[in-house]
Design a protein around this ligand. Structure first.
Ligand SMILES: Nc1ncnc2c1ncn2[C@@H]1O[C@H](COP(=O)(O)OP(=O)(O)O)[C@@H](O)[C@H]1O
Ligand SMILES: [Mg+2]
Length: 270
C-alpha cells in the first residue's frame, strides 16, 4: 500500500501575518508533484510548514502522513515518519564530516528510540552502505570525508542533498530549489540525482521553475500557488505552459489571489 501525504485546508502564519490561506494537496508515494508560483506566493512557507519549522504556525487545517496527524509534531518526529525537506540554504557545520552527519541522521531515522551516544548503526555496515549509494550516484568517495557544507559549491550542496535522500530514503521528499543562484552544474546534479532516486517508494514535491529539473522528473501533477492558495492544478503541460508564458495568464484568471500576492510582494520589499 502506498502512503499518502495529505494537506487539508492548511492555514499558516508567520508571526501575526497569515501567509497560507487554505492549501489542499495529496501526494502519494511514487508521485512527482511540481509546485510553481511567483515570488512571495507561499511556496517556501508550505515547505517549512510541512517540515515542522517552529517559526511557521499552523492556525487551521492539518497535515497527515499515512493517516497520522503530524500537524503538532516536531520536525524530528515527522522525519521519522518519512518526511524530508531539502533546505534552500543548508547550514554549514565545520568540524562535522559528511559521513558522520549522515551516520547520525540515518541512525535517528532507523532507531527512533535511541539515546544520544547509543544505537548508532555499525561503522562497517554504514561505510558499506554509503559507499554503495555514492557509487550508484557517481560520487567521489572523498566527498564523505569533507566537512558538512563547509566551502561547498552550489553543485556540492546539491550532491549533499541527493546523498541525504539516497541514505534516508524518505517516503516524502520536498525539494525547495531556488530559482536564482543555482549554477547549471547544481541543476544537473539535482535533476539527475532525483531521477535516479525517485520511484514507487518516494513521493516528491519539487518547488522550482527550472525546466531542466522537471524535464528529467516529469511531474504527474503541477500546482500553481498565488497569494497563499493553490489556484490551479494540472499535469506536466501546465508546467510547460508556465515556463513558456510566465504567470500573467494565471494572474488574469485569478485576480483576487493575484491582488493578495501583489500585497505580499510589496510587504516583502519594504
Ligand atoms: N520568516 C519569515 N518572516 C517574515 N515573512 C515571511 C517569512 N517567510 C515568509 N514570509 C512572507 O511570506 C510570503 C511568502 O513567502 P515565501 O513562502 O518565501 O514565498 P515563495 O517561496 O513562494 O517565494 C512573503 O510575503 C514573505 O515575505
Ligand atoms: Mg521560496
Amino acid at each position: 500500500m502506498s502512503a499518502v501525504l495529505k494537506i487539508s485546508n492548511l492555514h499558516v502564519n508567520v508571526g501575526e501575518t497569515p501567509i497560507l490561506k487554505g492549501v489542499n494537496m495529496e501526494i502519494r508515494q511514487g508521485e512527482v508533484h511540481a509546485l510553481m508560483g511567483p515570488n512571495g506566493s507561499g511556496k517556501s512557507t508550505l515547505a517549512y510548514a510541512l517540515a515542522g519549522h517552529p517559526n511557521y504556525t499552523v492556525t487551521d487545517g492539518s497535515i497527515e502522513i499515512d493517516g497520522v496527524n503530524v500537524t503538532e509534531m516536531e520536525a524530528d518526529e515527522r522525519a521519522r515518519l518519512g518526511m524530508f525537506l531539502a533546505f534552500q540554504y543548508p547550514v554549514v557545520i565545520p568540524g562535522v564530516k559528511v559521513a558522520d552527519f549522515l551516520r547520525h541522521a540515518v541512525s535517528n531515522i532507523r532507531n527512533p528510540d535511541r539515546k544520544e551516544g547509543e544505537g548508532l548503526i555499525g561503522m562497517r555496515e554504514f561505510r558499506k552502505e554509503i559507499r554503495e549509494r555514492m557509487n550508484e550516484l557517481g560520487m567521489d568517495p572523498e566527498f564523505a570525508r569533507r566537512y558538512l557544507n563547509d566551502g561547498f559549491s552550489g553543485g556540492e550542496k546539491k550532491r549533499m542533498e541527493i546523498l541525504q535522500l539516497a541514505m534516508l530514503q524518505p517516503r516524502f521528499a520536498i525539494l525547495d530549489e531556488t530559482d536564482s543562484g543555482l549554477d547549471s552544474d547544481a541543476v544537473r546534479v539535482v535533476s539527475e540525482g532525483l531521477a535516479k532516486l525517485s520511484g514507487p517508494q518516494m513521493g516528491v514535491l519539487i518547488i522550482t521553475h527550472h525546466e531542466r529539473l522537471l524535464e528529467f522528473n516529469p511531474p504527474q501533477f503541477t500546482h500553481v500557488m498565488l497569494g497563499g492558495r493553490i489556484v490551479e492544478t494540472g499535469d506536466a503541460s501546465l508546467a510547460n505552459e508556465l515556463h513558456a508564458n510566465g504567470y500573467a495568464t494565471v494572474r488574469a484568471r485569478h485576480p483576487e489571489a493575484a491582488a493578495e500576492n501583489a500585497k505580499a510582494e510589496a510587504a516583502a520589499a519594504v
